[in-house]
Design a binder for this molecule. Structure first.
Ligand SMILES: *Cc1c(COP(=O)(O)O)cnc(C)c1O
Length: 377
């Protein structure tokens, strides 16, 4: 039985929405479907303001401009993340300073943040890996003590919470991704969540090529013009029309994923007790969105062997991430603070198993039984 690693889920309402946008004849951004998406975020997540972007990468770039990054500023973040977390800040001339991750949640180790702070530090970027929340109370307290801003890269975290608060709404700014590989998708897509009132007006301007176009359309100014730096960060209406169909079914999509995730967890419990693998850990403060099911193998050799053996069975799995601190651009533009031992170890040992909303529990049972045959004692 061939099982892909990921398959984008369709709710069935996407094409109807797109036909409505087509019929209305407004295809550029910020039309009725974009407004519907904004309202969904503001109501469901409770952020002060949400703005759709063409990607989470775009939202991170906007965040870097908004927090006022200047050349030479330092931004603390994990090395164990996707490139855009760092790249968005490097584009503004900042130096990402990598801090190691925790061995349990694979999130930024909050106990190591303070040692990385210098008089050039301006912000902390946390990444909620696998949709599992970072220790946000501690991170926010450190930021407040040192006068730093906090950006949550919640690309994987829509529909997850930390102490009941949606991920992306706790820091000053948060970013979401709707890339095809994420739980809720529009192919490419993202959003910037603005939780601090100070950033609302400027965010609209940066997103609209540095113009006050949004204010003009609300009748707040009588002509629109170039007022600040910016770029084109907004998606067209076709993307928003697709996305709102998915957002409206976000609860259902998350429930489907959670039941698959739980099935993996139950089926692989014995293997963990035998010491062959370690399963993901969810801290008590967090409710997660089942973005990812991963296993940690004892070492890289065991991990590579498992991926290859499963591939022979046409079960497709992937590993994650080449740490940014050892990538060519990371070596050139970034520095580390302290040891990266956990980041290096996790990067060698982690394998992501197939997980998509219309997978069946039988698919999961089959994958787990093959894994148990390969690794069980
Ligand atoms: C997917 C992802 C991104 C990038 O999202 P895009 O929408 O593809 O730009 C950034 N950060 C993390 C942690 C991600 O998982």
């Amino acid at each position: 039985m061939k099982i892909p690693f990921n398959k984008p889920y369709m709710t069935g309402k996407e094409l109807w929405n797109i036909s409505q946008a087509h019929h209305a004849g407004q295809l550029s951004g910020d039309g009725p479907f974009t407004k519907k998406c904004h309202e969904w975020f503001e109501k469901q997540l409770g952020c002060r303001k949400a703005l759709l972007t063409h990607s989470c990468t775009g939202a991170l770039e906007m965040a870097a401009i908004l927090v006022g990054i200047k050349p030479g500023d330092e931004v603390i973040m994990p090395s164990y993340t996707f490139v855009s977390t760092a790249n968005a800040f490097v584009l503004r001339g900042a130096v990402p300073v990598f801090v190691d991750i925790r061995g349990d949640t694979l999130n930024l180790d909050e106990t190591k943040i303070e040692a990385a702070i210098t008089d050039r530090t301006t912000a902390i970027v946390v990444v909620h890996y696998a949709g599992i929340g970072c220790e946000m109370d501690t991170v926010m307290a450190i930021a407040e003590r040192h006068g730093l801003l906090v950006i949550e890269d919640a690309a994987q975290g829509l529909m997850s919470t930390y102490k009941g608060r949606p991920l992306g709404t706790i820091g000053h700014l948060g970013t979401l991704s709707f890339h095809e590989t994420k739980n809720i998708t529009s192919g490419e897509g993202g959003a910037l969540l603005i939780n601090d009132e100070r950033f609302v007006d400027r965010a609209e301007i940066i997103r609209e090529k540095g113009t006050n176009r949004s204010r003009f359309f609300r009748g707040q100014v009588d002509k629109y013009t170039w007022v600040d730096i910016g770029s084109s960060y907004l998606p067209g209406e076709i993307i928003a029309a697709f996305l709102i169909a998915q957002l409206e079914d976000a609860g259902d999509i998350t429930r489907r994923r959670l039941s698959l995730w739980q099935q993996y967890s139950d089926n692989l419990k014995d293997l963990e007790q035998q010491g062959a693998v370690r399963r993901p850990m969810i801290s008590a403060e967090c409710e997660h969105n089942a973005h990812m099911y991963y296993l940690l193998l004892p070492d890289m050799k065991a991990r590579t062997r498992l991926i290859e053996k499963l591939k022979e069975l046409e079960i497709y799995t992937v590993f994650h991430y080449i740490p940014l601190h050892s990538s060519p651009a990371g070596l050139q533009y970034c520095r580390t603070s302290g040891s990266m031992a956990t980041t290096d170890r996790i990067s060698d040992c982690l394998v992501r198993l197939p997980l998509y909303a219309d997978m069946t529990l039988q698919n999961v049972d089959y994958i787990c039984s093959e894994i148990c045959k390969l690794l069980g004692s």
